[in-house]
Design a binder for this molecule. Structure first.
Ligand code: NAI
Length: 340
């Protein structure tokens, strides 16, 4: 009886001190490549959010400075910084979401696939560390070529026996953000209420905006469809050329990456009905990975909402995308099988 009373007292005090919901919401997010063009503004946005309790910053350089700087901001989120390979494993301890913008960006004239040789190894090494230290974490992969880096991270997880297709997400949100902006500009809509799904992958022809499903419903002429589709597919290159050798999209990507991470965290915290497009392992489609609108849940992907009803025009775009995607996916899988 004494033992029972003591135990009850302990649990009452414990629950008073740490309300269960508070514990459930203790989110620790790691940013891998935190000192980079995307990593820094992304970390700033995450530090500002009440959804993030702890922020772990990892990079092979400069994280001590970025961390010291961010840690002075008067928000509740605690910042820890880790620098260099020796601290990679430690940076991932206890994290439930890992965002990965590590790797080289494009220069004018380069495709995302040209980044493969450098970024494939970076993503594979980070995924290996996650498999060892935080195999339950949800991965949000920004590093290009996303079409290949998502299969790479998945294969690494499989090799370590900790693979879950629900937890490996390729971040294509910038394509949606761009589509929303361009459609709203063209049609004079309120951009905050404009929503355009973008499916397929994240490079040139594999980016397929479903303009027929734009909300609110809008009519486009054939010329408008052609020019909007092309602009959404090449918007990354627009930024690469404007930056003239100084990198690719960083600020808009940080915004998109933060939006995506917040959605993942809200769903983890139990919010219902959270949907974002993401490039994930696909079932019943022509390729083994494909971006569609995804319903998020407490464990990452709850379910794919599919492509829905599309026009012949969009069907043709998807056919072109599928061919390229298959090659990108195979290349990623082959890389892991040969090197790891
Ligand atoms: P950046 O060069 O400014 O930053 C990359 C950071 O990664 C650097 O701080 C670098 O030290 C770090 N890094 C390199 N190797 C690392 C390793 N092994 N471990 C941890 N960190 C490492 O590049 P930026 O502009 O931030 O772009 C990062 C990546 O994001 C690129 O691959 C780029 O193509 C991609 N990207 C993806 C987009 C998307 O929509 N998914 C949009 C824009 C860029």
């Amino acid at each position: 009886h004494l033992l029972k009373t003591a135990r009850n007292k302990f649990y009452t005090n414990f629950n008073k001190k740490f309300s269960v919901s508070q514990l459930a919401n203790a989110n620790k997010v790691a940013v891998m490549g935190a000192s980079g063009g995307i990593g820094q503004p992304l970390s700033l946005l995450l530090k500002q959010s009440p959804l993030v309790d702890q922020l772990s910053l990892y990079d092979i350089q400069h994280t001590k400075g970025v961390g010291a700087d961010l840690s002075h901001i008067e928000t509740k989120c605690k910042v820890q910084s880790y620098v260099g390979q020796d601290q990679l494993l430690e940076s991932l301890e206890g994290v439930n979401v890992v965002v990965i913008p590590a790797g080289v960006p494009r220069k004018p004239g380069m495709t995302r696939d040209d980044l493969f040789n450098v970024n494939a190894t970076i993503v594979a090494d980070i995924a290996t560390a996650i498999a060892k230290v935080s195999p339950e974490a949800i991965l949000c992969i920004i590093s290009n070529p996303v079409n290949s880096t998502v299969p790479i991270a998945s294969e690494i997880m499989k090799k370590h026996g900790v693979y879950s297709s629900k937890k490996i997400l390729g971040v294509t949100t910038l394509d949606i953000v761009r589509a929303n902006t361009f459609v709203a500009e063209l049609k004079g809509l309120d951009v905050t209420k404009t929503s355009v799904p973008v499916v397929g992958g994240h490079s040139g022809n594999t980016i397929v905006p479903l303009l027929s499903q734009a909300s609110p419903t809008v009519q486009f002429t054939k010329e408008e469809l052609d020019s909007l589709t092309k602009r959404i597919q090449n918007a990354g290159t627009e930024v690469v050329e404007a930056k003239a050798g100084a990198g690719s999209a960083t600020l808009s990507m940080a915004f998109a990456g933060a939006r995506f991470t917040f959605s993942v965290l809200e769903a983890l915290n139990g919010k219902q009905g959270v949907v974002e497009c993401a490039y994930v392992a696909a079932e019943g489609l022509e390729t083994s990975y494909f971006a569609t609108p995804i319903l998020f849940g407490k464990h990452g992907v709850e379910k794919s909402l599919g492509i829905g009803k599309i026009t012949d025009y969009e069907q043709q775009l998807i056919q072109t995308a599928v061919k390229e995607l298959k090659g990108n996916i195979e290349k990623g899988i082959k890389f892991v099988n040969e090197v790891y």
